[in-house]
Design a protein around this ligand. Sequence first.
Ligand SMILES: [Zn+2]
Ligand SMILES: [Zn+2]
Ligand SMILES: [Zn+2]
Length: 314
Amino acid sequence: MLSSGSFKFFRFSGVQVYVHWSWFIVAWLEISTRGNAYSSPVWNVVEYLGLFGIVLLHEFGHLFACRQVGGKADQIVLWPLGGVAMGRPPPRPGAELWTIAAGPLVNVVLFPVLMLATMGFSAAGLGATLPDLERLLFMLWLINKWLLIFNLLPIYPLDGGQILRSLLWFGLGRARSLQIAAGIGLAGIALLVMYRLQTRADDWLWTLCLAFFLGQQCFSGFRHAAALLALEKLPRYAGYSCRSCQASPPRGPIWLCQSCGQRFDAFANDAVCPHCRNRLAAIACVDCGTALPLERWENVPRARSADAPPIIDV
Ligand SMILES: [Zn+2]
Ligand SMILES: [Zn+2]
Ligand SMILES: [Zn+2]
């Protein structure tokens, strides 16, 4: 569970924001080891909180876009390596693309806002009387710019890598696009590590932590893609079709029983779990994510939509 080791910070618009405990240690290290760029260390704290705020806005960008396309979005976890927005857009390339792109778009919007604030502040001659505030505005502009550039690197699972994946999805399907994006991601991580170790050898520990975290996500991307490919190969029920995307459900123990945690074939068993006799209130379509009670699945066979990609998270 992603939110384990984290505690509840606040709730906004149905989104629970968690902060991981390690975030405080890293925050303390960052603040205490910074040079005396400001007249008082309090400004270092304010700057770090500013970074926190920018990351939060970015994550909310992802979640609100996810909701807009009909996905589920209710959690944000802040880690030292960045924020994680727990959004589940419907498994369609367009929905995924908008959900991912909306995060960096927040930074794109913030870019001129922070730049104008910094320039306006200096132009008004306030820098002489409030040099700390002038520096803070400049630093926030810089932080936002670097977050934007970093997140847009085409390295899965960074936003840039996921945008690349959604674009490939349109032509190559859900599983293949993920495989390719994760492969490019691993190559990108290797390049990033080599580059960072050469130019910023002093923070090798941070670089390796980041590489490890990103690499792990790439490998789980490969596993997910393999599961998706296996699902694509399953035979389909001719007798049912999804009301929303017209795809027929696959045959196999795919649906998760909420009460005993085992998987079973909902269409072969009249939606009743053979292990514990619990009945699924709704059966999710593996192709588009729409969940409907068995009775609401269309009993008329229809042609499966071309290249409809399935999911395993049902
Ligand atoms: Zn993002
Ligand atoms: Zn469907
Ligand atoms: Zn069960």
